[in-house]
Ligand binder design. Structure first.
Ligand SMILES: Nc1ncnc2c1ncn2[C@@H]1O[C@H](COP(=O)(O)OP(=O)(O)OP(=O)(O)O)[C@@H](O)[C@H]1O
Length: 243
């Protein structure tokens, strides 16, 4: 039987000099769901996903992925196991076309199989809404479409876990709407850990929400549970409307 949780951390801690950026984080991530990690600026969200993805070595604690302890694995090995992190893997090649960017990403896993490679590229372009722009040079895309292309490049690798670090930052209102719709369809085939400051996006996409505050896991639950949580409200300076 496939375990409910795809990822677990135990006692995950990062200390920078005297600063505890993350303290004893016990966290589990439900498979095929969207989990949002939220918290005020400096709460430790980037530090946490850095330790999960292997970019940031923890001071102590462990990370397991699909039941396997991966604490000692470097970032590229974690990618091979099926983790994708938007900023880590999907740098766009600005001089290449949209299609070639997606094909390059798909080729990381499927280069040996020409047919599957071409099919994956076409499928991703289609479902992410970039088919009409396949021949366009990436640097000519709007900022919003470049962000979508990044996501497409992640999806082309069929990640089991897709970590999206502030994917809607800098997007226009209409682009955010499209992105929310896209994220909902993505959860059908992957697991998403979303770092997001836009609470409307969190409310509309997240099945679960975890809140970090001053490096500690303050609360977790549904969006409504989190919104009603007094400790969370006070972490956001007592402004429930912001949460
Ligand atoms: N490389 C580093 N060296 C020293 N301190 C760091 C380093 N990286 C992060 N920190 C500190 O650790 C704390 C947590 O930072 P982190 O970037 O993880 O928070 P965050 O929740 O992602 O913030 P934001 O929402 O502003 O991106 C902050 O006080 C930050 O200054």
């Amino acid at each position: 039987m496939v375990a409910v949780n795809i990822l677990e951390t135990k006692g995950l801690t990062k200390i920078y000099g005297g600063l505890q950026a993350n303290t004893d984080i016990d966290f589990s991530l439900r498979r095929n769901a969207i989990t949002a990690l939220i918290g005020p600026n400096g709460a430790g969200k980037s530090t946490f996903v850095g330790m999960v993805s292997g970019r940031t070595p923890p001071t102590r604690g462990s990370v397991s992925f699909e039941g396997r302890d991966i604490s000692q694995l470097p970032a590229h090995k974690r990618m091979q196991l099926g983790m994708a992190y938007t900023f880590q893997i999907t740098s766009i090649f600005p001089g290449l076309t949209v299609e070639d960017n997606v094909a390059l990403a798909a080729g990381r896993r499927l280069a040996h199989d020409k047919v599957a490679h071409a099919e994956k590229t076409a499928t991703v372009l289609d479902r992410i809404g970039l088919k009409d722009r396949a021949g366009q040079v990436a640097s000519d895309l709007s900022y919003g479409h470049q962000r979508v292309l990044e996501i497409a490049m992640g999806l082309a690798q069929d990640p089991k876990l897709f970590i999206l670090d502030e994917p809607t930052q800098g997007l226009a209102e209409g682009e955010v709407e499209a992105f929310v719709a896209l994220m909902r369809t993505m959860a059908e085939e992957t697991t998403i850990l979303l770092i997001e400051h836009n609470m409307r996006v969190v409310a509309e996409t997240a099945d679960h929400v975890a809140v970090l505050d001053q490096g500690r896991l303050l609360a977790s639950g549904s969006f409504d549970e989190i919104r009603a949580n007094a400790a969370v409200q006070s972490a956001y300076l007592g402004a429930p409307a912001d949460v």
